[in-house]
Design a protein. Structure first.
Length: 294
């Protein structure tokens, strides 16, 4: 079978809400994190490939899983991650979890409820945070806040790219019940601007996602590793800014992403805030978490 690297979907520049290979992270972790990142991104490209039929996408994802588990050496990303994990004595569970989400992307194009979307995030987003925490030796007690932050990041991305996902992939992550409650329809995602009903739906989902992101705000303080804590604070600052934009902008008509200046400003704000908090020993506000499947 052809290497999956040759099947890149040609997405070009990505709108990343998961800057997992940040320069803030200690260099000793970077090789493993990049191996995970390359594995996830390549598997994502397989699931989103424009012309590959579904059965072939699933076959490639199955091959990725098999080689991650040591059954073959034809897929460079799977082999590289397998070896990097072995060097650290880590299990592949977080990589196996994201493959569940990519199989869902191939086979499931619509979501009925918010809970179904969260279930998708359990496999598409939460494993990324859990992996980063495990790499740094953090306690699993941090997973609840991490899960909330990562799911919030994923849903931000779903809202940002709702039009593109519908037009290019016929994939809709907006829950059908939320669309119905606002009087919106899936077909409106193909328009150049949101009708009032669709805009109301999108902004209501942004408000709900803002509450989810709030559940993750204790994460940076729960993390022992200073560099990772600062990195998480920066990511949280990005997420908070994006969800605020989503509450007032129309993602079908406007680009709802941070520009370079905003990225710099919110990076500095996140870093200074977290370093300052640690310097004075202030505790972050503890927030009640939502129970997620561990």
């Amino acid at each position: 079978m052809t290497s999956a690297s040759e099947l890149r979907s040609g997405k070009g520049d990505r709108d990343e809400n998961f800057p997992v290979a940040s320069w803030i992270i200690h260099p000793r972790h970077r090789a493993l994190i990049l191996a995970y990142y390359n594995f996830v991104r390549t598997a994502d490209d397989i699931a989103d490939h424009a012309t590959l039929p579904p059965h072939q996408k699933l076959a490639y994802l199955d091959l990725f899983e098999a080689e991650l588990l040591g059954k073959g050496d034809t897929q460079a990303e799977a082999v590289a991650l397998r070896r990097a994990l072995a060097e650290r004595g880590m299990a592949p569970r977080h990589a196996l979890d994201v493959l569940v989400a990519f199989r869902m992307d191939v086979t499931k194009l619509r979501y009925e409820t918010w809970d179904e979307v969260i279930h998708y995030c359990r496999y598409s987003a939460m494993p990324v945070g859990r992996f980063m925490l495990d790499v740094h030796g953090e306690d699993t007690s941090t997973w609840a806040a991490s899960d909330a932050l990562c799911a919030g990041l994923q849903i931000n991305n779903h809202l940002q790219d709702c039009g593109k996902d519908f037009r290019e992939l016929n994939r809709v992550y907006l829950p059908r019940d939320a669309l119905a409650a606002s009087g919106a329809s899936v077909e409106q995602l193909g328009l150049a601007a949101s009708p009032p009903a669709m805009l109301a739906c999108l902004q209501a989902l942004a408000v709900r996602n803002e509450a989810l992101l709030d559940e993750g705000k204790s994460l940076s303080a729960e993390i022992r590793d200073v560099r990772l804590g600062v990195d998480v604070a920066v990511i949280q600052a990005y997420a908070d800014r994006i969800v605020r934009l989503l509450k007032v902008r129309d993602p079908l008509r406007e680009r709802v992403h941070l520009n370079k200046f905003e990225l710099l400003i919110f990076s500095l704000a996140g870093m200074i805030g977290e370093v300052g908090r640690r310097a004075i020993g202030r505790k972050a506000i503890s927030r009640p978490g939502t129970a997620h499947d561990a």
